[in-house]
Design a protein around this ligand. Structure first.
Ligand code: SAM
Length: 263
């Protein structure tokens, strides 16, 4: 696939790319080949793709494994995928956020911008070997940020708790049609056990959310604002801001809060 071919398909199929559905189609076969290659797919792996669109990644996927499932929300694009790939893939027509995902080993997707966050959070609820996702560059930077960096965020801590994330390459906006305003990046996600112990994950994620929702406030005030009870005993880090704490420190804070039995 290249730019001309993408334009031809868009015209032939009478597709009006919708911003609301993040329909910026990749037009560079070399990027698509690298994207799929980074996922290290073995022939008996089950692969899930969200948003096959015109099928630039899908066609590479079916060339290397027999079990590809694709979830596409757009009727015209789903019709196209069905016509081109027939029964060589399992097509689920619907919203990736609401349909149930099948079991999969690898996840490959050029993610629609508007739903990157919820898709990534849904992805992380599953058990899989590796994901390679195309996301906006800024989003990729938030996924892999380190404490003290501007992009260190709720997303960073959530990802760090569950996986190793790495930016593999930046992909210029010129490689998509229509051309988005910003560049993208390919990110690798390899799940692993959390590198620190958390006694109660619900409390941990509540604390992470509260702290980053009010990142300029001291943690004491951020927790109070989100109605998280602070016991009287000596809890560490309450006078710090969440953005200065490492994920391990946030784990300690949430463990002390949960041990207090007050929340
Ligand atoms: N994979 C193609 C590519 O690389 O060119 C298309 C990627 S395009 C960035 C995003 C795709 O996701 C579009 O096909 C769009 O229709 C689809 N999409 C958007 N929202 C979706 C959703 N909630 N569930 C499933 N697919 C969705």
């Amino acid at each position: 696939m290249n730019r001309n071919e993408t334009s031809r398909l868009i015209n032939e199929r009478n597709i009006v790319p919708k911003k609301s559905k993040g329909q910026n189609f990749l037009t560079d076969d070399r990027v698509a080949l690298r994207h799929v290659g980074f996922a290290s797919i073995e022939s008996d792996d089950k692969v899930l793709e969200v948003g096959p669109g015109l099928g630039i990644l899908t066609e590479k996927l079916i060339g290397i494994c027999d079990h590809v499932t694709a979830i596409e929300i757009d009727r015209k694009l789903a019709d196209h995928v069905e016509e081109v790939f027939g029964n060589r893939i399992e097509l689920i027509r619907g919203d990736a956020l609401s349909v149930e995902w099948p079991r999969f080993d690898r996840f490959v997707s050029n993610l629609p911008y508007s739903i990157s966050t919820p898709v990534i959070f849904k992805l992380m609820e599953h058990d899989f070997k590796k994901a390679v996702v195309m996301v906006q560059k800024e989003f990729a930077e938030r996924m892999v940020a380190k404490r003290g960096e501007r992009d260190y965020s709720r997303l960073t801590v959530n990802m760090y708790y569950r996986a190793e994330c790495r930016i593999l390459e930046t992909v210029p906006a010129s490689r998509f049609k229509p051309r988005p305003k910003v560049d993208s990046a390919l990110v690798e996600i390899v799940p692993r056990p959390a590198p620190f112990t958390v006694n109660d994950e619900t409390i941990f994620f509540k604390v992470v959310n509260a702290g980053f929702l009010h990142r300029r406030k001291k943690i004491r005030s951020a927790l109070r604002t989100e109605n998280i009870m602070i016991p009287d005993s000596s809890i560490p880090f309450l006078d710090d801001r969440m953005e200065t704490l490492s994920p391990e420190d946030i784990g300690k804070l949430s463990n002390m809060l949960s041990e207090s039995g007050k929340i």
